[in-house]
Design a protein around this ligand. Sequence first.
Ligand code: M6R
Length: 606
Amino acid sequence: MCGIMAYIGKKQATPILLNGLRRLEYRGYDSAGLAVLQNDNLVRFRAIGKVDNLSEKIKNEKLNSTIGIAHTRWATHGGVTENNTHPHSGCDDKLMIVHNGIIENYREIKKELGDHKITSETDTEILAHLIEKNFSGDLKDAVVKSLLLVRGTYGLVAIHAKEPKKMVAARLGSPLVIGIGDEEYFLASDASPILPYTKQVVFLNDGEVAEITENSLQIYNLKDQKVKKKIEELDWNEEQAQKQGFPHFMLKEIFDQPTVFEDAIAGRINFEEGTAVLGGLNMTPEQMKSINRIILIACGTASYAGQVGKFAFERLAGIPTDVEIASEFRYKDPIVDEHTLVFGISQSGETADTLAALREAKRKGAYIRGIINVVGSTIARETDGGTYIHAGPELAVASTKAYTNMVAILILYAIQFGRNNKLSLATGQRLISAIKEIPEKMNLILKQNDKIKEIALKYKEYRDFYFLGRGINYPVALEGSLKLKEISYIHSEAYPGGEMKHGPISLLDEDFPVFAIATKNQLYEKMVSNITEAKARKAKIIVLATEGDEEIKHLTEGVIYVPPTMELLEPLLNTLPLQLFAYYITVALGKDVDRPRNLAKSVTVE
Ligand code: M6R
């Protein structure tokens, strides 16, 4: 939801800013802009569309600045126009800011500003004018004074031509990471653009303001008191954040899955004890026993991982488990107490709705834990424990490897709770053995890449799809359907197979294909019946089946086989062909796979 990049040091700022924006583009790509200090003046460049357009616009400029701020925008207040693009300035272009978040009381502030000349429709520009109004020689003071008048959320960086060797950043609700180099500092909305330069970082917390020169960093709170911060070491490497020869991040991330799955389970399973050991849970066996309800809070793909988690917790640990869409949970006066364990599941760890829902549950006395990918993210830091899923940087907007690793960690937690309750050693051991086989089986599926592509290409002209699954495969159908619609823009819905006859089947005809997940588990026969019903309505059928199931062939125009595994683990395999299916249709349609329209990777607004 908008990406911020800033640099202060001795190097040329412009290439660093542009490279940073490219890595943050997944957060928003409606427009991009930057401002650098050039011969004592701030000069600004802005362009609609992707960062490449901005780069093209400034390619002939002779910029030699060593300080600058930049932004890639996902439009919230105001349309996609150059005027609405950041950086925003006050009246005289001496002050510029980039901002991520929403200033809720911007209309009130605008009235107070009187005759300031406003040129955009954005809330950010109002904040820029407010800081300009409050500036009397000290940028940090002006920023703090202004932020005390603001309601809303912000991650922001400001520079002022009258204090040319300084940068001021602040955070409330929108992430900012400060990378510490050798007499240089990098600021960004997440760590990925900082990785090429340094692994030493400081994560700003809500209510903190950073005053930065090329050789000093001082953090304050909004009461203007100095705050001492820990310097942290990033453990993601630069190579992980590159495409590594794949044409798109999404494809690379699909193929990352066997490796990152191993990272997720490494050191966390114990075959002898038939259990998982997730120390981050931070609960004693007695506290675990006191839990009589689990709530999994998430959005989008993370919530579908949660739905698999629900099966696992209920089946293995016998604990009633609900999956709650974060944006709904926070407003429904949820019933939780000290016997409730709430997991927030999030790739970015920054999703505003998930964060707010967790805060609400915490207020009501529940245990709050995180299942998070991005290290040091807000949810990771606000929860009282939890587990990193170790999927590595996920840069395609469509989530793939984070989903499988979320499912992996949820299953491990369910085993851990199960073994603390009633789950037998034998079942625990069977699960652990089967989990260890998953990466190899994922590789077998990925080897069918060409075949899945061939099937996908046959279906690229259809405008509607149903994805059907039952039991543990219903969440898989939901995830397959979301993948297809969010990147290809083909209309798609997912239903439990048995639900078709209650309405959705009326849409079926020869132009409305069905992708059915019919692997051999306890609901196989039922699923075959549902496929037959769809076929009777002339729908073309694609089936995901278990290796060796020859009989299913007579029902389908295309079958994709996956290796058998324990029923509870099926989503760890069955989702992969659906990801590839969505990917290849999208490529064939010529759409932007990694950056689908209207979306952003990290949704930090409500
Ligand atoms: O960062 P999060 O896991 O909290 O993000 C949640 C959703 O926004 C995300 O999964 C979204 O649905 C993806 N575009 C799905 O591919």
